[in-house]
Design a protein around this ligand. Structure first.
Ligand SMILES: NC(=O)c1ccc[n+]([C@@H]2O[C@H](COP(=O)([O-])OP(=O)(O)OC[C@H]3O[C@@H](n4cnc5c(N)ncnc54)[C@H](O)[C@@H]3O)[C@@H](O)[C@H]2O)c1
Length: 320
């Protein structure tokens, strides 16, 4: 399928702005949808490189506005749905907002895509749907047991996506991203928080004992996976892990960041664990390799694990 017109909800965000640039570079027409939510600031800057591009236009609006979504999505070749109220910890404080944006918002995107004849909807899910899985790689066959309102909302959205495929024939797929890092990372995420503190000469603050782990995934690999998922055949409403496959502990992460910043002298401060956070994330990427490999935009391997030189045994903290 030759892509012509792609709608990206959440285009002004961390992953969305990276994807927008990639798709414009590849020659596609991109329509971004974003309400520039005040969860964090600086998003206008994220779109600086794209905003004047002749094949880019921006709809400043809310995915909760169904009529706007219907007008925007009509006739699109693909919708990449990234808009969300992100943040596990935020969701513990305000579960209703997470539900409204992530569940009702996704339902609107699906209804608008169905009515508008969209050929493929790529939904953004999360590793958090698995809950506490112990220290082992999870496959898509493993049970899902969300432990935060954010995770519950992501799972509900995923189920709607599968149902829209099964009930109405809308071609959907959900990608379960494992903690994404890279340029423009959200300010509520661990790598950015630790790095900013270390660069200011402040001790990194670690929630829990630091032995929790995260399977960090480089944003370029996530963008490549989305590109593949926009065109790969036979996805049939599936949910697919998008993971680096090499988790590290928070303690190890902090040591690496201290080394990179030349501040090994800053001893971490340990704080109580945060409710809603899971202990470990570790995704088995086999299904992604099978369903998404060999497609345009296939993960280059430039990012996965490279930050840690492939040395495994890892864990880390912060929201996904
Ligand atoms: N970053 C990660 O590690 C990670 C991990 C798993 C899943 N995800 C999912 O990937 C997607 C993108 O994440 P991100 O890290 O880029 O987040 P982000 O917060 O940087 O981007 C989300 C964008 O959605 C926009 N938005 C929020 N509410 C909206 C609304 N009601 N209407 C329109 N736009 C709205 C925000 O303004 C923001 O630009 C989200 O769905 C998130 O849940 C991210």
């Amino acid at each position: 399928m030759r892509l012509v017109r792609v709608i990206i909800t959440g285009a002004a965000g961390f992953i969305g702005s990276n994807l927008t640039e990639q798709l414009l570079n590849e020659g596609h027409e991109v329509v971004g949808v974003d309400n520039f939510d005040d969860y964090y600031s600086g998003k206008t800057m994220f779109l600086e490189r794209s905003s004047d591009h002749p094949r880019f236009s921006m709809v400043r609006g809310d995915i909760l506005d169904l009529d706007l979504m219907k007008r925007t999505m009509k006739g699109a070749d693909a919708v990449v749905h990234l808009a969300a109220q992100a943040g596990v910890r935020f969701s513990v404080k305000d579960p209703l907002k997470s539900h409204m944006v992530n569940v009702v918002g996704t339902l609107n995107v699906l209804l608008a895509s169905l009515e508008g004849g969209v050929k493929r909807v790529v939904n953004s899910s999360s590793s958090s749907v698995y809950g506490n899985i112990g220290h082992r790689p999870v496959t898509e066959m493993d049970p899902v047991r969300p432990v935060s309102p954010y995770a519950t909302s992501k799972l509900a959205a995923e189920i709607y996506c599968r149902q829209f495929y099964e009930l109405y024939g809308l071609d959907t797929v959900s990608l379960r991203y494992f903690t994404v890092y890279g340029p423009r990372q959200r300010p509520d995420m661990a790598i950015r928080i630790f790095t900013e503190r270390i660069l200011k000469g402040l001790p990194p603050q670690i929630y829990g004992d630091g032995e929790q782990s995260r399977d960090f995934t480089f944003v370029e690999d996530v963008v490549a996976a989305i590109r593949s998922a926009m065109t790969a055949p036979d996805l049939k409403g599936a949910a697919i892990n998008i993971s680096g496959g090499k988790p590290i502990t928070v303690n190890r992460l902090v040591q690496e960041l201290q080394a990179v910043c030349g501040r090994r002298d800053l001893d971490p401060v340990y704080l109580p664990s945060q409710p809603g956070d899971v202990d470990h994330t570790w995704g088995d990427p086999t299904l992604a390799a099978r369903l998404l490999a060999g497609r345009p935009g296939r993960a280059s391997g430039k990012g996965s694990g490279s930050m840690w030189n492939g040395t495994g045994a890892a864990k880390s903290g912060g929201p996904s």
